[in-house]
Design a protein around this ligand. Structure first.
Ligand code: KPL
Length: 326
C-alpha cells in the first residue's frame, strides 16, 4: 500500500549555509529525501540539488520510503549561475563515477571557500583527480564514502527506497568536516543501521569495490538478479576475481582478508538477492556503465604494480564490448 502526504515547500533563507547534492539519480534523490525530511519539522530549506541549467527552478519530488509511505517535496534545483552556490558548505556528489571529474571540477571555485566535498559513487579512481584539484582550494576538504542502500527510480522525479543498507564515510584529504555538518550527515542512516565513519576509509572502499567487481559485471553479463550469483557455477570465478583484487590492493597498501571479503560478497548477494545491479540496469537501458572504475580500476592498479588480473580484465573487456558507449 502506498500512503501519500503532501508537504508544503519549506521557506527559503537566503543567508543560511546550504547542503547541495550533485546528481539527481536514484541515490542522489534518496540522499536528498533523507537529509531534507529531517528539516521539514523546522521548515529549514538548506538542502538543494545543483542542476545543469543556468536558471534555478523548483521541482516536485516523490519519495516512497521503505514503509511504502509516499512523501512529496518541492525541491530547489540551483542553476549554475545562482549566487547561492557560494553558500554551499557541504556538497554530496552522487553522480556516476565517470561523471565526477567533469561535473565537479568546474564547480569547486564557485562553492563556499571552505565547502566540504563528499564523493559517493561506485568504484574507485575519481578521488585522484579530485584530490589534485582540491589542493588548489586549500580550505576545501574531501570525504569519500559508499552506500549499500538501494533506491529505484520509477520515473525522473520518483524514487523508491528499495533496500536498507549501510552508508560508510571517511575523511580523505584537506580540512576535516565540521562537527555540525557531520551531525547533519547522520540523517543518512537507514532505519536500523547508523551511519559509519571509518579512518582510514580506503580499505572500506576496496571492500565495496570487491562487491561491485563481482556482482555488477556477472549480473550484467549473465542478465540475472543478484541472488542467482549464489549458484555454484559462479564460485570459481568469484574466488578468482576477489583473489586478484586482494593482491592488487595489497600492493596499493591495503590489506584485505580474502576469506572475509568473499564472505561479505556472498552476504550482499543474499541481502540483495531480488535486486538487479546498477550495471545490469545500465546495460539493459543502453546507458554507460561504471565498469572502468570497478574492474577497470583493479586492472589499472594491477598494471601499476606489474601484476596480472586476467579475470578482471576479461570482465572489463566483455562489459565494454556489450555497451555501445564505451
Ligand atoms: O552497489 C550495488 C550496485 O548494484 O551497484 C550492489 C551492492 C551490487 C547492489 O546491487
Amino acid at each position: 500500500m502506498v500512503i501519500t502526504s503532501v508537504l508544503p515547500p519549506p521557506s527559503t533563507d537566503n543567508n543560511s549555509a546550504l547542503i547541495a547534492i550533485l546528481g539527481a539519480g536514484a541515490i542522489g534523490q534518496l540522499m536528498y529525501h533523507k537529509l531534507s525530511l529531517c528539516t521539514q519539522a523546522t521548515q529549514a530549506n538548506d538542502v538543494m540539488f545543483i542542476g545543469r541549467d543556468k536558471q534555478t527552478r523548483q521541482q516536485e519530488l516523490s519519495f516512497i520510503d521503505h514503509t511504502h509511505y509516499n512523501h512529496h517535496i518541492l525541491a530547489t534545483i540551483l542553476g549554475i549561475e545562482d549566487d547561492r552556490l557560494t553558500q554551499v558548505e557541504l556538497l554530496l556528489v552522487c553522480v556516476k563515477a565517470y561523471q565526477v571529474e567533469q561535473a565537479l571540477l568546474p564547480l569547486l571555485a564557485r562553492l563556499a571557500p571552505h565547502c566540504h566535498i563528499v564523493l559517493l559513487h561506485n568504484g574507485l579512481g575519481p578521488h585522484l583527480p579530485v584530490t589534485a584539484a582540491i589542493a588548489n582550494h586549500k580550505n576545501q576538504g574531501l570525504t569519500l564514502g559508499t552506500t549499500s542502500q538501494a533506491a529505484l527510480k520509477q520515473n525522473d522525479w520518483q524514487v523508491q527506497h528499495s533496500g536498507l543498507g549501510v552508508t560508510q564515510l571517511g575523511h580523505f584529504c584537506g580540512p576535516l568536516m565540521s562537527p555540525t555538518l557531520k551531525a547533519r550527515l547522520n540523517y543518512l542512516h537507514s532505519d536500523n543501521q547508523p551511519l559509519e565513519w571509518h579512518q582510514p576509509v580506503l580499505p572500506v572502499l576496496w571492500q565495496k569495490l570487491a562487491i561491485n567487481a563481482v556482482i555488477n559485471p556477472l549480473s550484467a553479463l549473465n542478465q540475472c538478479a543478484n541472488g542467482q550469483l549464489a549458484a555454484t557455477q559462479y564460485q570459481t570465478q568469484i574466488t578468482a576475481i576477489v583473489d586478484e583484487l586482494v593482491q592488487v590492493a595489497k600492493c596499493d597498501g591495503i590489506s584485505l582478508d580474502k576469506t572475509a571479503v568473499i564472505a561479505r560478497v556472498y552476504q550482499v548477494i543474499d541481502l540483495t538477492a531480488a535486486n538487479y545491479s546498477s550495471m545490469y540496469q545500465d546495460v539493459t537501458h543502453n546507458r554507460p556503465t561504471e565498469i572502468s572504475y570497478i574492474n577497470g580500476y583493479i586492472c589499472q592498479q594491477a598494471k601499476v604494480h606489474q601484476l596480472n588480473a586476467p579475470h578482471n580484465q576479461s570482465l572489463l573487456d566483455k562489459v565494454l564490448h556489450l555497451s555501445k558507449y564505451e
